[in-house]
Design a protein. Structure first.
Length: 59
């Protein structure tokens, strides 16, 4: 009996937590990852910067 009550309580708590979440837009901000980078407009440009950073041991 205790376990079924605990399960119901946990489910209600999880539902309340999900109700509070909001969907937000995804922002790819290259300036955070690569200070001084030019304006990045596509994921391909961001990946190219990431590849350069991986190849540069001083990064």
């Amino acid at each position: 009996m205790y376990h079924s009550w605990l399960d119901r309580w946990d489910e209600r708590r999880a539902r309340r937590g999900e109700e509070g979440k909001k969907t937000t837009d995804f922002v790819l901000d290259a300036e955070r990852a690569f200070p001084g980078a030019k304006k990045i407009t596509s994921i391909e440009e961001f990946c190219a910067l990431a590849d350069q950073a991986v190849a540069d041991p001083a990064f």
